[in-house]
Design a protein around this ligand. Sequence first.
Ligand code: NAP
Length: 198
Amino acid sequence: MGGTFDPIHYGHLVTAEAARCKFGLDCVIFVPSGHPPHKKDYPVSPTEHRYLMTVLAVVTNTYFDVSRIEIDREGYSYTIDTVKQFREMLPGAELYFITGADAVLEILSWKNMSEILDYCHLIAASRPGYQLGGLKNRLKSAVGENINRIHSMEVPALAISSTSIRKRVSEGQPIKYLLPEPVEQYILKNNLYQKPDK
Ligand code: NAP
């Protein structure tokens, strides 16, 4: 499960659990992105904050775990490098890379995009009413038969977004029940997402 997780919220957790059940996965490993190549000019919270919030969020689910694989890797975090590393660590396992549909829509610009599908399936989780139909048509010529390894899944809980949580915190609005309580406490304790003059 790849994402920036800035912060992680119930939409991500419900997505992971739904994917685990729908695709019969043994476990879901959350991989907070280390240095996202597509966010060079966009402020992202420090990796250790995003990693620790992810650990706090998954601690009560025995099927969930968190990996530092991208955080500890130097340079930009490319999904192709991540799935290759997982292939080495888990030889023989059927791998699925789960992420948001918005991110998947940009996949044509990802490094070694078609090779990623040689290593894993891709699950695109979308907010209600999201249209992914055109994506498969666009990707067909680029990925050939691997198109069958792209799956989509609508997750109503993804009406929650990290962007709206960051905005709510900066405006002093409540975020309770949008994300696990320990993550909420972590955000408040560390003054994350405050306006710069605070
Ligand atoms: P993003 O651009 O921050 O997010 C795009 C959308 O997808 C947002 O609406 C986001 O909602 C949602 N989303 C992100 N991760 C999700 C998840 N795990 N489950 C459900 N919804 C999710 O995307 P990102 O988080 O930076 O990137 C997503 C993944 O794609 C990461 O693992 C990243 O490394 C990978 N990626 C790789 C490349 C590359 O290899 N070149 C390029 C881009 C992305 P929230 O904001 O609420 O999370």
